[in-house]
Structures are given as C-alpha cells and as structure tokens.
Design a protein around this ligand. Sequence first.
Ligand code: SF4
Ligand code: SF4
Length: 477
Amino acid sequence: MPQIFVDGRAIAAKDGQTVLAAALESGVDLPYFCYHPALSIAGSCRVCVVQVEGRSWVEIACNMPATEGLRVLTDSELVREHRKSMLELTLLNHPVDCGICDKAGECTLQDYHYRFHGEPSVSHEPKVRATKHHPLSSRIVLDNERCILCSRCVRFTHEVSKSHALGIVQRGDHSLVRAVEDGAFERDAYSDNVVDLCPVGALLSRSFLHKARVWYLEPTASVCPGCARGCEVDVWHRKKAWTLHALDPARNTSIERVTPRGASGADGPWICNKGRDLARIFERPRATQAMVAGAPVALDAAIDAARELLASALRPAALVSSWGSNEELAAFERAFGGRLDCRVKDDWQPQPGEVVEDDFLIRADKNPNNAAAKARFASWDGTFRAGTDLVVVWGEGFDLGGVPASARVICLDGYASEMHRAADVFIPITLQTERRGHYTNFEGKVGAFEPCFNRPAFAADAETLFAALAARMGVPA
Ligand code: SF4
Ligand code: SF4
C-alpha cells in the first residue's frame, strides 16, 4: 500500500490505484468530469489536474499512478489557474441553459463553475451551435450543445452494457455523440444509465423530460421488484414540503423517476431500463374496493368475512405471493403455516418484448422474493389437493377460474382486476411504495425498501392483516 501526500496530508493508497481515486476515497475534493470509477480512463476533461511538488507544470490525477512517497498539490496557484482555464474552455460553446435543463441542481459543470471559476466568459465569439433534442432512442434525447465530450456515455456502451451503441463523430468543436445506425442503442437494456453518467444535461430521459425540478423531489430507498436480482434503487417523488394543492395533486403520489442507489452491492451503480420504469408497475390501476361475493363492503367487513371462511374451512390451501416481503411472508407463515397447504406461485412472468435474461443483471425470474418465499413454503405445482374447500390467493399471477369448483376463494391484491368479483372475499392491500420491508434476492442478498407514500384508507397492510387474522383464529401473533 503506497503512501502518498496530498497537500501535505498522508494518504494510504491501494496498490495500482491512481492519485485521483486514492484522493477521492480519502475525502479530498478534486473536480472531474470524464473520470468514473467503473469506466476506463479517458483523461479528456483535464480538470482533475494536480501539481507534483517541485515541478513547474500540472498533470491529470486520474491517470497518475499513486507511487510511494509521491507528493502532490491540489490547490497551488498553477493548479487553480489551469483548472479555471479548462472550465473556461469547457463552457466556451456550452449554452448555459440551466433554467430549462433537467440536470440543473445535479450538474457538476454548474457546481464547478461556481466553485472554481465563477466569472463570465471572456470570449466575444458566438457559441458554436449544435443539434438540440437529437433522438438517440425512443427513451433518450441528446442536446449536443450541452455535451462536453467527456465520453462517459460512449465508454459505458462499450465497457458495461457492451452494446457498442454510441460513438463520437466529427472532430474538434464539430464533434457529436451519435448512436450507431443499426438500432443497438434502442435495444440496449441498460441504456438509461447514460443519463445518470452524463455530468451535464446533455442526455435526457424522455420519461423525465421537463417533468420536475430535482430540488422539489426526494429519494426513498427501495428495491426493484422487476426480477430476482433485486437491485437497490432510489424512488424519487415530490417532497412533502412542496406538496401541490392546485395544478395536479396526483403528482404528490407519483413516481417521478428511479435511479440506482449507491455504488455498492452486486448490482453496482447500474440498473436496467425496466428498473427505471417502475412507475409502469406501481402506477397501474389500483384495487380500491373490498368486496364480499362481488358486492362492495367496508374493509373491516371483508376482513371479518375472510376470518369466517378460514375458521370453517376443512382443507384450506394458499397461493403465496412471490412479491411479499420477508416480514409479510413470516407473518403469513405464523398465521396460516400450520393450517393451510401453502404453496408459492410466480406472481409475474416475462412480458412480451422484455429481455428475459442476460449475463449481466437481468434474471429470468421476474419476482423479487421467490428465494425467501420458497425458503418457507414449497412451490406450487399447478394442482390443489383433492377436497380443497378454500383457497387464499395472495398477489397476482393466478386466474381465479383455476380454483376447484367446490372451493371458496379469499383474494388479496393491490391492483385492479375484473376477476376479483369472482372471489368470495376480496381485500385490497398496500403496494411496496406504501410500506416498509425487505426482499431476499436469488443470491441471498437482503435489500430494504421504505414507504414513499402514506397507506390509503381503502387498502389493508398485508403484514398487519395476517397478524390480525392470526389473532382472531387464536394463533399467537
Ligand atoms: S453526452 Fe454527456 S456523457 Fe456523453 S460525452 Fe457528452 S457530456 Fe459526456
Ligand atoms: S436487473 Fe432486475 S432488479 Fe435490477 S433493475 Fe433490472 S429488473 Fe430491476
């Protein structure tokens, strides 16, 4: 482990580490645009420069090996002067349209300009114009005027997603990021990561375009339920302090965007596009009405009716949700494990057009908690025991028409379906975004999710519901 000195402070670098990586890891505040710990070194933005003590020139820290005894300065007059002129060059043709840019509030160019430069441009030449809103794919548009040619997006498609879908054409101030013409970027299941990677607002997600200023939003830690990988994500929604009372109050409980959480864990800092589109899963029409024999009833009345059916059944069975949290599964087992023939079903199957599986993140099992569910209960083989007289169906993925003709049905689901009318008792339950819990992914890694929104009055919290039914059935909660 070589020891280096940054501004006189001793830092223990890892073998093979660069000065920039070691300095950042130790909390030294060095600016950079093109560097990214998960991508190869490009060395193109030149703002991470440092001065080796005793030398009269500056060098880029992202490509400087941390060698024993190396002493560098990050705030010498020479470094400050060079950094400032590099920012001047970077901003030379940048449109500075922060007022309408989705990246404003999260833009490193904005931040660095105020910290390391802060003066108006000295150039009297008109800025070089380039294409605005160039469609890179059906998901992403590119504003070439904002692009600072850091090449992070290009390197991502070559080194991480391996679609080799982006490149840079032309030269000098005519250089443009462009997608290859065979549609590879459209097919890249990880393409939206380039929006996060872009240090400025050049790459824009169509689903988030001009939707919200980021300072009105806050992230809530969650787990993507899109497949058994269970990537840790941040679900972004409106801050309570900025609740809308007019305009469109529905936006207060909308998922505005989803981003990968942190850089740790098996999934790294990346997620697939399905994870970005969680609003399409969570914002489907809700089940809002409890029912008994297809007729609307109060939630408590439906819970009482469910308890009656459970108490009188002789050979009850249950289809357990593979989307239930670890806590809900434990509550379900406590309530029903000894009395019901409990089997785990797949709530979701791969959808048409979806990437089923790849050798990166995406798993063929499209359920987030199959591992934990199957650790408690056997898998459902598609049949019921002879004489089954009650089936509790928890979650999606099962056609109620498949219940034996002589059996009664209790159904618990968060999403609307015409099929629910066919159940003897239907109880609407909360969604993942309204409760706290954990999923265990296929590798045994446990991920936590927190509530983004309050529980609506029409929905029962499944964990509490199971405990309540257990108490009424005389089973200790
Ligand atoms: S579009 Fe963004 S990420 Fe890509 S080269 Fe330009 S500035 Fe870098
Ligand atoms: S790989 Fe699976 S868990 Fe990760 S973001 Fe994609 S669908 Fe979600």
